[in-house]
Design a protein around this ligand. Structure first.
Ligand code: 5GP
Length: 180
C-alpha cells in the first residue's frame, strides 16, 4: 500500500489545532476542577503529540500514563478484538482519569478501552479525542470532548501515521492516492 504514489493535502492547520487544544484544555480544567490529581492516559502511539500539547493547556495537578491497545478484526464484519499491548504503569482505582485518543473511527478501540479501564474502579473517567469520524461508527462511542469532527477521510500528521510515517507533520492532512 505504501509503495503507491500519494499526495498530502493540508486539512487542519497547526494554528487551528493550537486554538482548539487551548479550548479543550480550558473546558477539561473546569470540568475536573478540585481534583486531587488528574491521571491523563494517552493511547499510543497516535495520541502522543496531542497529549503533549493538551496537558500544557490543563491547569490542574496531573500525571501522565500511557496505554497501547491494538485492534484486530475482520474488515467485513464489525467484530473486533481489542488487546492491550502495553498496560498502564499506575493504578487508577479511585482516581480521576482522562483518556486521550487520537481519532475515534469505528469506535471499537475507545469503547473497549473505556470498558476495561472502568472495570478498574476510577472515581471518574472521561475521554478526549482529537478527531472524530462519526460516519464510520460501528459501535456506540462518544468522547466527552472532541477536537474536530471530520468526514470519512484518511488523515495523517500531528501524531497520526501512514505506514509509520508523517507523525511529525505539525498539521493534519489527508492522503490521496494519485492513481485513484
Ligand atoms: P477505531 O477502533 O475507532 O476504528 O480506530 C481507532 C484507531 O484507528 C485510531 O486510534 C487510529 O490509530 C486508527 N485510525 C482511524 N482512522 C484513522 C485515520 O484517518 N488516520 C490514521 N492515521 N489512523 C486512523
Amino acid at each position: 500500500m505504501s509503495d503507491r504514489a500519494y499526495e498530502i493535502t493540508p486539512f487542519i492547520t497547526a494554528k487551528q489545532i493550537a486554538a482548539r487544544v487551548e479550548e479543550l484544555g480550558r473546558e477539561i480544567s473546569q470540568s475536573f476542577a478540585g481534583t486531587e490529581k488528574l491521571v491523563v492516559v494517552g493511547l499510543l502511539r497516535g495520541s502522543f503529540v496531542f497529549i503533549a500539547d493538551l496537558i500544557r493547556e490543563i491547569d490542574l495537578p496531573c500525571e501522565v500514563d500511557f496505554l497501547e491497545a491494538s485492534s484486530y478484526g475482520n474488515d467485513t464484519t464489525s467484530s473486533r478484538e481489542v488487546r492491550i499491548m502495553k498496560d498502564l504503569r499506575g493504578n487508577i482505582g479511585g482516581r480521576d482519569v482522562l483518556v486521550v485518543e487520537d481519532i475515534v473511527d469505528t469506535g471499537h478501540t475507545i469503547s473497549k478501552v473505556m470498558e476495561m479501564l472502568k472495570a478498574r474502579g476510577p472515581r471518574r473517567i472521561e475521554c478526549c479525542a482529537m478527531l472524530d469520524k462519526p460516519s464510520r461508527r460501528e459501535v456506540e462511542a462518544k468522547a466527552s470532548w472532541t477536537g474536530f469532527e471530520i468526514p470519512d477521510k484518511f488523515v495523517i500528521g500531528y501524531g497520526l501515521d501512514f505506514a509509520q510515517s508523517h507523525r511529525n507533520l505539525p498539521y493534519i492532512g489527508t492522503v490521496k492516492f494519485t492513481d485513484e
